[in-house]
Ligand binder design. Structure first.
Ligand code: WT7
Length: 648
């Protein structure tokens, strides 16, 4: 595994917290001291302070059977009660939980009392449909309040949600439904995107069309108003059903290690992994990081995380962290550039957003459009900016701070993963001197190391990022596949967690992330597997062989670039240009639009070693327009010349 060190390392700018910000900061240096003195005691104190326990825990961590951790395991809590009822009981029922903004410009506010009432009804509805604790419910919805309501209703009755991003195809949805044996799907007729309605219910119908499935009922929220087909007995309108159930629901406690959700993410093989998270530890760390990394003052801040609930960022920083902390936030259905390129800034102005959390890819695309667009809006309510999903290049960091943040507010770059459940590495605003381009410091209570391939600490240059102690919001496994769990994350470094990222620690102890070291790509902050796209490509009748690489891209970080050999029998049937168009569309249809290759090159050969392994490194050189690297291990050294003549 080789790790590339990029130009970020020459970055030397530093930004001190302003005295005004520091004076009111939620976080403090004392957090680091407390965690250092007694790590487990620190997490236990956070769990007690931040959450309501139906039954207090007495044990903090059981790590007697690594890598299977148990946190707070003799305690009981109800995750939804923690996100809802207790805020109402504390007298904050009238506080706005969600300022929801629809894509066409419609909007709706939910107070904590209103959101609690909706979730209670939805919990009763799910129970009436036979869902009980431990059962899996698939959620396939646009960014509408019902998405949050569904997740919390599932959690409230101790069932397990599996949210599938609305941009995923019928086939991807079906794979996820089957893998988790979901009994209910919650969807909408359609959602809005760039001024048009896109169908969701139809995709669910397609997903469930073939063969027996475990799904008994499909609950349909009316949103797009588009026509839908109806399977009597199976399909139910969300609103009609909710009107018929009891409004009262008492939340009962579930064990801290009770499963909360499964979320699928791409790995190095073609099959997505169902990452499993549980209740008490997950909620502790999402609440802790949301409070301290975002300097949350719940009585006055307006928080906006732009992630879709279909990703982990949406789970942890749209739903669980902010609601556990009683925050007021914005939930937005649309895209940044529709109907005009200032849509996000308009929303910040409208709701006086004070804390804003988004991805570098979005920031870079705004940079391209120019500062005059955000400058048309009043963004002075902002007091803290966050970034997540991939390394943020210093230029984008500086632009973000100056153009969006007005030049003086903190920017926190937060490193974490679907697997880690919550933020692991980030500056603490008001405390840390900020360094653009570096994610900087493990949050209190988290132990990070950078090791070489043999497990020795790396003091200079790049190495592999490892979490050396278990943490509360860590994944508890891969759904149905304990072996893959152990193999993927825990075999390389004993009982330490291998994250799959390259990293370097500088002389101040700050951590710089250097990208994935495996065959996982990062496109616009979304994780995609080269193997998954390759197997989609070879499933097409035109394709004989395919190789996929993540090539660096100015806006999206990486872009999917495919090299395909056509079947000899097909070569005369289509032109290379036609084949390329067909294959790009095929991948988008099979997996989802996010996986659509930026380019598909039709070639006659692929560069292989003598043992037949495809040398993706060389293809990446080609895709990025670089000089081709060392070809001495190729079985046929002339191949690269032939391919490069085709491509260039
Ligand atoms: C991968 C995890 C966690 C939410 C979004 C992505 C990359 C994430 C950063 C960052 C450098 C980052 C890593 C990681 N990544 N945040 N601040 N700096 N790289 O979640 O889909 O599970 O992807 O995203 O490569 O392993 P995910």
């Amino acid at each position: 595994m080789s790790v590339q060190i990029d130009h970020n390392l020459e970055e030397i700018r530093r930004f001190r917290p302003s005295p005004e910000f520091a004076a009111q900061a939620v976080a403090s240096l004392a957090l680091y001291d407390a965690a250092k003195a007694d790590r487990l005691g620190f997490w236990a104190a956070q769990a007690k302070e931040l959450l309501h326990w139906h039954r207090p825990f007495t044990r903090t961590l059981d790590w007697t059977n690594p890598p299977f951790a148990k946190w707070f395991d003799d305690g009981e809590l109800n995750v939804a009660y923690n996100c809802l009822d207790r805020h109402v009981e504390a007298g904050n029922g009238n506080r706005i939980a969600l300022h929801w903004e629809g894509e066409p410009g419609d909007s709706r506010d939910y107070s904590y009392a209103e959101l609690t009432a909706e979730v209670k009804k939805a919990a009763n509805l799910l129970t009436s449909l036979g869902v009980s604790a431990g059962d899996r419910v698939a959620i396939y919805l646009p960014m509408i309040p019902e998405a949050v309501i569904s997740m919390l209703a599932v959690a409230r009755i101790g069932a397990v949600h599996s949210v599938v991003f609305g941009g995923f195809s019928a086939e991807s949805l079906r794979t996820r439904i089957d893998d988790a044996s979901a009994s209910i799907v919650i969807t909408a007729d359609g959602g809005y995107r760039k001024g048009k309605v896109f169908p969701l219910k139809t995709t669910v119908d397609t997903a469930l069309a073939d063969g027996e499935s475990t799904v008994r009922n499909v609950l349909v929220v009316k949103r797009g108003g588009n026509e839908v087909e109806w399977t009597e007995g199976r399909d139910l309108w969300w609103r009609d059903e909710l009107a018929a159930v009891d409004a009262e629901h008492v939340a009962k406690g579930f064990p801290a290690e009770h499963p909360l959700f499964i979320l699928y993410t791409s790995g190095t093989t073609g099959k997505p992994k169902g990452i499993l998270h549980t209740s008490g530890g997950y909620l502790t760390q999402t609440a802790f990081t949301h409070k301290n990394v975002f300097d949350l003052h719940p009585e006055k801040d307006v928080f906006w995380c732009t992630a879709d609930i279909g990703w982990i960022t949406g789970h942890s920083y749209v739903v669980y962290g902010p609601l556990a902390n009683g925050a007021t936030q914005v939930l937005f259905e649309g895209t940044p550039d529709s109907p005009h390129p200032g849509r996000w800034w308009e929303i910040i102005e409208k709701y006086k957003v004070s804390i804003f959390y988004t991805a570098p890819t979005a920031i870079r695309s705004f940079m391209k459009l120019g500062r005059q667009i955000p400058q048309e809006f009043n963004l002075r309510s902002l007091r803290l900016l966050g970034s997540v999903g991939e390394p943020i290049n210093p230029e984008a960091w500086i632009w973000y701070r100056h153009v969006i943040g007005g030049g003086s507010i903190p920017v926190v770059d937060t490193w974490w993963q679907t697997e880690t459940g919550a933020i692991m590495i980030s500056a603490l605003p008001g405390i840390t001197d900020l360094k653009p381009g570096s994610a900087q410091t493990p949050v209190p209570g988290i132990e990070i190391e950078v090791l070489d391939d043999n497990g020795a600490p790396v003091s200079e240059g790049g190495g592999l990022l490892v979490v050396s102690e278990p943490w509360p919001s860590m994944l508890r496994g891969i759904w149905g596949d304990p072996e893959r769990f152990t193999e993927t994350y825990w075999e390389k470094f004993g009982d330490r967690y291998f994250a799959g990222d390259g990293a370097r620690i500088d002389e101040d102890g700050d951590i710089w992330l250097l990208g994935r070291v495996d065959d996982v790509m990062n496109v616009s902050g979304h994780r995609l597997s080269t193997a998954e796209i390759e197997s989609s490509l070879v499933a097409h009748p035109l394709t004989a062989e395919a190789a996929v690489v993540g090539a660096s891209d100015e806006t999206t970080g990486q872009a999917v670039v495919a090299f395909v050999i056509l079947k000899a029998s097909q070569e005369d049937a289509v032109s290379p240009e036609e084949a390329s168009v067909l294959l790009r569309a095929h991948v988008a249809r099979q997996i989802g639009a996010i996986a659509r290759p930026r380019e598909v090159f039709i070639v006659n050969e692929l560069p292989k070693t003598r043992s037949g392994k495809i040398m993706r490194r060389l293809l990446r050189d080609l895709a990025e327009g670089r000089e081709i690297g060392d070809t001495t291990t190729l079985s046929d050294a002339s191949v690269m010349q032939v391919i490069s003549d085709k491509v260039r």
